[in-house]
Write a protein that binds this ligand. Structure first.
Ligand code: FE2
Ligand code: FE2
Length: 185
C-alpha cells in the first residue's frame, strides 16, 4: 500500500504527462484538446481536494516551524491560482491560439507547484510525520480520491469521522476548501 506521499507523487506524474500531451496539441486537434483539458481538470480537482482536505491540514498540524507553516499557505494559494487558470482553459476555444497560451500557463504553474511540493514540502513532511501516520493518511486519501473521481463531491465529514489513528492525531480542520469546482464540459 502506497503512503500519502507516494500517492501524491503518482498523481503528479499523471497530471504532468497529460499537461505535456496537451502542450503538444495544435488548434487543429480540437477534440483531443477538449478531452485532455477535461481529464486534466478532473484529475487536478481531485488531487487538490485530497491535499487540501487531508494532507495539507495534517502537515500543518505536524509542522512546528514557521517555515513549514509558510509552505502550507503558499501551497493553498498556488492551488487557488491553478484552479482559476484551469477554469480559464476549460472556457477557452480549443481551436484558438489563445487556448495554447492558457494551457501553457497552466502547465508552468502546475510544474512549479509540483516541484515545490516534491522538493520542499514532502521531504519536510517525512521529517515531521511518522511512517504510520503517512500510511494511514494514504489509505484515507485513496478512499477520498475514489469517491471524488466517481463524481461525488468531496465529503469532509468522512475524513473527520474516520476513526483511524492518524485522523485522530492530526488536527482535522476538515473544512471545505470553498474552492469552486470546475464545471466539466
Ligand atoms: Fe498541491
Ligand atoms: Fe500535489
Amino acid at each position: 500500500m502506497k503512503d500519502a506521499i507516494a500517492l501524491l507523487k503518482q498523481d503528479h506524474k499523471e497530471v504532468k504527462d497529460m499537461l505535456e500531451q496537451l502542450s503538444e496539441t495544435s488548434e487543429r486537434a480540437g477534440k483531443k484538446r477538449q478531452e485532455l483539458a477535461s481529464k486534466i481538470a478532473r484529475a487536478l480537482q481531485a488531487h487538490m481536494e485530497i491535499e487540501e482536505q487531508i494532507f495539507y491540514p495534517a502537515f500543518k498540524a505536524a509542522a512546528a516551524k514557521k517555515e513549514d507553516q509558510k509552505l502550507y499557505y503558499e501551497a493553498v494559494e498556488e492551488h487557488h491560482a491553478a484552479d482559476v487558470v484551469c477554469q480559464d482553459v476549460l472556457r477557452a476555444d480549443v481551436t484558438s491560439l489563445n487556448f495554447g497560451g492558457k494551457a501553457k500557463v497552466l502547465k508552468e504553474l502546475i510544474e512549479h507547484h509540483i516541484e515545490e511540493e516534491e522538493k520542499t514540502m514532502f521531504p519536510h513532511a517525512r521529517k515531521v510525520m511518522s511512517k504510520e501516520i503517512l500510511q494511514a493518511l494514504g489509505i484515507e486519501m485513496a478512499d477520498m480520491k475514489e469517491s471524488v473521481m466517481n463524481g461525488g463531491l468531496a465529503n469532509p465529514s468522512k475524513a473527520k469521522t474516520n476513526g483511524n489513528k492518524a485522523a485522530k492525531t492530526r488536527a482535522t480542520k476538515g473544512k471545505s476548501s470553498g474552492r469552486s469546482r470546475v464545471a466539466h464540459p
